[in-house]
Every structure is written in C-alpha cells, then in structure tokens.
Design a protein around this ligand. Structure first.
Ligand code: NAD
Ligand code: UDP
Length: 341
C-alpha cells in the first residue's frame, strides 16, 4: 500500500486524516513544527488505530529537512495541511501569514520535484470563492476577491499549484476546498485544540458549555437569512478526513490539477448550531447577540456534486453527530492535549 506524507499532520484535520488513512491500509509519515499542535495528537492516532505513524518534528519551509524525509521514506503522495489559519491574526500580521503559508508550499513543491514525488493534495478553503460568487459554490467558478490575507494565501497557493502542474505534466495536484470542519473523532481522543481564545464558532461553543468562557457572542442577527444569523456549510471532520482518503486514490492515478469542494451542501445558521448543541448534549450555551464581524458573508455552502461523481465521496454524518462529538472531545479533554493522561 502507498505511503502518504502529512505535512502539518499533527493538527486538527491532519490527525483525523491520519486515522482514516491508517484504517484504509495506507502507511503514514507526519511532519509538523507543532506551532499549533502537539505530538500527543499523533500518539493518540496510534492508540486509536493500533498502527504506527513515523513522526518528524520539522518546519515545512526547511528544504534540507524535507529532502531528508523524502530520502528516508518512499513517499507516494503528500497532503499539505501545514499553514497558519487564524483569519483575524492574518489581518494583524499579514507578512507572517504570507511567509509561512507560501513558503511551505514552495518548499514542498521544490523538494518533491528533486525527490521525484509527483502527487500532492492541498488544504484549500471555500474562502477563495470570495465575496462575488453566488451560492452554492461550484468548482467551475472563478476565484473571487478574498476578504483577508489568510484567504489570499490560499488563493495564491492554488495559483502556484496550477502553474507548477502546467509546467510539469507528471505532476498531479488536487485542491480540496474545505467548508466549515467541526466535530471530533467519536472516541473523544482527538479533536480541535485551539491555543488561547478560539476564533471559530464550535470551539467557542464547547468552551462556553464546559465553563471555560462565560458566554458566546453571536456575530450579528440582522443578516438576510432565515433567522438573521450567518449560515455556513458545517462538515464533520471525520467525513472530511474520509474525503482525503478518496482524494489520495484519485491523485495517484491522475495528472494536472483538479479542484473539489468538500462540504455537505446544506447550510445551517449560528442559531441552529447553538440550539442543536444544547438539545443533543443537554447543556446550556449562554449567548448574546453582538455586532457583525468584519468580513463575514451572510451565507455560503458547497455544491458537492463533483466530489460525489469523481471521488465517490459523500458526507454521512449529521449536525447532531457534529455537536455530540465536539462535546464528547471537549468534556474528555477540557485542556485539549495540554494535560494528557
Ligand atoms: P491546524 O492548525 O490544527 O493544523 C495545521 C498544522 O500545521 C499544525 O499542526 C501546525 O503546527 C502545522 N504547521 C503550521 N506551519 C507549519 C510549518 N511551517 N511547518 C510545519 N508545520 C506547520 O489547522 P487545521 O484546522 O488542521 O487546518 C489544516 C489546513 O486546512 C490548514 O492549511 C488550514 O488553513 C486548512 N483549512 C482549515 C479549515 C478549518 O476550518 N479548520 C478550513 C479551511 C482550510
Ligand atoms: N461566529 C459567531 N461567534 C463566534 C465565532 C463565530 O457568531 O464567536 C459565527 C461567524 O460569524 C460565522 C460562523 O459563526 O457566521 C462561523 O464562523 P467561523 O469563524 O467558525 O468560520 P468562518 O465561516 O468564518 O470561516
């Protein structure tokens, strides 16, 4: 079976993908500088699956280290998760975001070329559709005008991959545009572990429910949506991880660039999230309505038909599953990976 290198593999989506790849019979090598994660997540991936992961502490911008990883392992495909992802921080520190995110991509592509590794899957985002495109988003739409530097790094990296694949007919690239991943592995052993105050909705909700934060501020209730709060296409992280397993099979037998949305196709509002979380978990999530957050779009969601047709992938989990599994992870790990048992 093929060996897959997960760059940024100790993170939230990388660790869940590692579980699904191992369960599908792939060998997994992970490399991470732990700037937003902990080696503990990979230890738990091994515990869940009963299989080993070869883990490197490595900065993905370090070409010499990457060359060593490619020398020491026979890598068939790379999944590139490594990147900084906090939208607000990217507005305050744009150079940090451009330097980290673009350089990781260039280093991977350069060292892959030297090592003769031809297949790469990239963690892109629905944010590249920008403000102009109508919903639901379709892969054939042009990338739009992004609302923040984080989004621009994704749009620029997509362009870099497309250009690299045009210049090298042997290169096979898959750009996966994630919608809003939430939830956790049903075991409660791995999950999302944000440092400091969470930026994203679900980790904020779980921290309010567990008593770490007093209340959730819902950013705006005067949007032109069914209940006035923003609507997003939330996807269970295990469904998303399984999408990567399908993408690996596809990238190995392909050349050129292919783009896939990974979403459910069904949007839910912020109120839906809070209400469902309270209902399925039997806990209260104290909340107030505040001002809109700059840059938020009222609603976006995927047309997920292409992934269904070409990757034979469809989401299976419900919003209830997402809320239950997010709470199960938070309850079992109130401090994330910081106080491991
Ligand atoms: P994460 O922060 O949990 O994982 C990213 C990992 O990359 C972390 O383990 C971090 O330590 C590592 N990393 C960052 N820079 C690195 C570097 N220079 N060298 C080595 N490792 C480095 O985030 P995630 O939620 O798992 O996201 C994974 C990818 O998916 C990111 O590229 C992110 O932008 C993208 N994405 C995430 C979401 C989301 O909502 N979570 C949505 C769309 C796209
Ligand atoms: N949101 C909110 N309060 C928070 C965090 C997020 O009301 O503390 C809303 C946000 O306005 C958006 C939705 O939740 O409508 C999802 O936000 P998130 O940051 O998780 O993802 P985004 O869609 O912005 O990438």
């Amino acid at each position: 079976m093929a060996t897959i290198l997960l760059a940024g593999g100790a993170g939230y989506i990388g660790s869940h993908t590692a579980v699904e790849l191992l369960n599908a019979g792939y060998d997994v090598v992970a490399a991470d500088n732990f700037s937003n994660s902990s080696p503990e997540s990979i230890r738990r991936v091994e515990e869940i699956t009963g299989k080993p992961v070869k883990l490197y502490e490595a900065d993905i911008r370090d070409n010499a280290k990457l060359a060593q990883i490619f020398r020491e392992n026979s890598i068939d495909a790379v999944i590139h998760f490594a990147g900084l992802k906090a939208v607000g921080e990217s507005v305050a520190k744009p150079l940090k975001y451009y330097r980290n995110n673009i350089d990781t991509t260039l280093s991977l592509l350069e060292t892959m070329q030297e090592a003769g590794v031809r297949n790469i899957i990239f963690s892109s985002s629905a944010t590249v559709y920008g403000e102009e495109n109508p919903v639901p988003y379709l892969e054939t739409m042009q990338r739009g005008v992004c609302t923040n530097p984080y989004g621009w790094t994704k749009a620029m990296m997509e362009q870099i991959f497309e250009d690299a694949a045009k210049a090298d007919p042997m290169l096979s690239v898959i750009l996966l545009r994630y919608f809003n991943p939430i939830g956790a592995h049903p075991s409660g052993r791995i999950g999302e572990d944000p440092l400091g105050i969470p930026n994203n909705l679900m980790p904020y909700v779980t921290q309010v429910a567990v008593g770490k934060r007093e209340f959730l501020t819902i950013f705006g209730n005067d949007y032109p949506t069914k209940d006035g709060t923003c609507m997003r296409d939330y996807i269970h992280v295990v469904d998303l991880a399984k999408g990567h397993v399908k993408a690996v099979a596809y990238v190995l037998g392909h050349s050129g660039t292919e783009v896939f949305n990974l979403g459910t196709g069904t949007p839910y509002s912020v109120n839906d999230i809070v209400n469902t979380f309270e209902r399925v978990n039997g806990v209260k999530v104290a909340h107030v309505y505040g001002d809109r957050r700059a840059g938020d779009l009222p609603e976006f969601y995927a047309n997920a038909d292409k992934a269904a047709a070409l990757l034979d992938w469809k989401t299976e989990k419900t919003l209830e599953d997402m809320c239950r599994d997010a709470w199960n992870w938070q309850k079992q790990n109130p401090d994330g990976y910081r106080n491991p048992d």
